[in-house]
Design a protein around this ligand. Structure first.
Ligand SMILES: *Cc1c(COP(=O)(O)O)cnc(C)c1O
Length: 234
């Protein structure tokens, strides 16, 4: 199957799960080269998502993302913020007040407004990043003190599921947070995007309320972690 055929197949599965709701398809393109990313954009994905800042910078220099919004979806280190602010249209994986403050400072310096999502550690996993749900109210209040960051929604990666459907309660819990926060009207915060669901579970995520899914291997095929050529020109 070609990338275009995969995207078309995913679109019809999204439509079947979403009914009338609009769901944005983000191509999670880690370890796939610029040519594959261009194919996905030509096939009509709504955005591209990268996990690693260095890979994003390299592929961006190759013009990989022309014609599509660029999202950052990986773990973000403080010292990499300068490469992302004003470059990524949406940073989906902001997981601390310190990152919010540093992103705001960088955006102010550049004279831009940076859109972000807050990542939530919905499974309460020690090894995973993301805000504890209990810490969200304070973080959202804090966003009201910033002038160059806009929170546009929430993102989550639930615990790895052993059996199909096991992620649904986590997706449902995310939707509850999303709806509750949306009803509260924090400054600089709007709940426009609920980003959850990947190749193995995006239909469940959509049924539980996701309006943004991040799909990698179902678009590009299995990732080959064994080679170093995968981030080069395709
Ligand atoms: C890789 C990745 C995805 C996509 O994973 P697949 O299982 O390949 O669809 C989604 N979100 C994040 C944060 C990722 O790192």
């Amino acid at each position: 199957m070609s990338i275009a055929e995969n995207v078309a197949a995913i679109r019809s599965r999204i439509a079947a799960a979403a009914g009338d709701r609009r769901v944005l398809l983000v191509a999670a393109s880690k370890m796939n080269g610029a040519e594959a990313v261009r194919e996905a954009i030509a096939a009509g994905v709504d955005a591209c998502g990268e996990n690693r800042v260095q890979e994003l910078v390299e592929k961006n220099a190759q013009g990989a993302y022309a014609g599509a919004p660029l999202h950052f979806i990986g773990h973000l280190q403080k010292n990499k913020i300068k490469y992302l602010v004003g470059v990524a249209d949406l940073i989906e994986s902001v997981d601390s007040e310190e990152l919010l403050r540093l992103i705001d400072a960088r955006a102010l310096k550049l004279g831009v407004t940076q859109d972000v999502l807050l990542e939530v550690n919905i499974g309460g996993e020690a090894a995973k990043s993301g805000f504890d749900p209990a810490a969200l109210p304070a973080a959202l209040e804090f966003c009201g003190t910033l002038s160059a960051v806009r929170v546009r929604g929430l993102m989550a990666i639930p615990p790895a599921a052993e059996i199909p459907g096991a992620s649904r309660p986590y997706f449902a819990a995310m939707r509850e947070l999303y709806v509750d926060i949306g009803a509260k009207k924090y400054d600089n915060v709007s709940m426009d995007f609920l980003s959850m669901g990947m190749s193995g579970d995006f239909e469940d995520a959509i049924r539980e309320g996701a309006n943004m899914v991040r799909v990698g291997s179902a678009i590009f095929g299995p990732r080959n972690y064994g080679t170093s050529a995968s981030t080069g020109e395709g």
